[in-house]
Design a protein around this ligand. Structure first.
Ligand SMILES: CC(C)(COP(=O)(O)OP(=O)(O)OC[C@H]1O[C@@H](n2cnc3c(N)ncnc32)[C@H](O)[C@@H]1OP(=O)(O)O)[C@@H](O)C(=O)NCCC(=O)NCCS
Length: 176
């Protein structure tokens, strides 16, 4: 096994004690992301049914976190019938580990995306009917995030904005 292999542990409220020095960086999005996992937003999201994971490296350092939950939205957006979909409410990597490790094969961002997409398929398989789409919101200026999501076959939905930050919505096909 590579020393860069991350482990994923389900997050609980008690884990917030370990996040005092966790920071996704001093940008608007980075600060929002840090506050999400260190404050009450993560707990609210878990109450709405999200799973949240902390990812640790082989030195037991917290590299990042990810989340996955159900959402009921009109689909297709903006005015289709209501459908059950999956969403990544938030994910973030501590700034010390962003862009790491340098080789792409074990890049932490990719390990986390692979894990969340795997969990989305598990979630879909547990439903009466397969869940067709995995969604996420992203700020249009968040270039590293958009590039990452595009590598995992997320496609921007044109002319749709959602959330308090007027974010773009990206979709990834889970099932036909
Ligand atoms: C978004 C985030 C998870 C991505 O993780 P990361 O480790 O920084 O991602 P990567 O280094 O794999 O970068 C993704 C790609 O964007 C590229 N990139 C980095 N900075 C860039 C920039 N300013 N402009 C364009 N592309 C950029 C990288 O080169 C990489 O491309 P590559 O795959 O061709 O090498 C991480 O930056 C983060 O936690 N940011 C703060 C919180 C956040 O934005 N969360 C997501 C909310 S939607």
């Amino acid at each position: 096994m590579s020393k860069h292999q991350l482990s994923a542990d389900l997050f609980t409220e008690a884990d917030q004690q370990q996040l005092a020095s966790f920071s996704c960086g001093d940008t608007v999005v980075g600060r929002a992301c840090t506050e999400w996992i260190r404050g009450s937003d993560v707990l609210d999201s878990m109450q709405r049914g999200s799973g949240v994971w902390l990812y640790r490296n082989s030195d037991d350092e917290i590299v990042g976190f990810g989340s996955l939950g159900p959402i009921r939205w009109r689909w297709p957006l903006p005015d289709g019938d209501y459908a059950k979909l999956a969403i990544i409410p938030m994910l973030g990597i501590d700034e010390r580990f962003q862009g790491q490790p340098p080789g792409k094969e074990w890049r932490y961002s990719r390990q986390i995306m692979n894990h969340l997409i795997y969990e989305a398929h598990v979630f879909s398989a547990m439903q009466k009917k397969p869940v067709e789409w995995l969604l996420l919101l992203v700020h249009p200026e968040n270039k590293p995030a958009i590039k990452l999501y595009e590598e995992f076959d997320f496609v921007m939905i044109p002319d749709v904005r959602r959330g308090a930050a007027n974010s773009c919505v990206m979709k990834h096909r889970l099932a036909e």
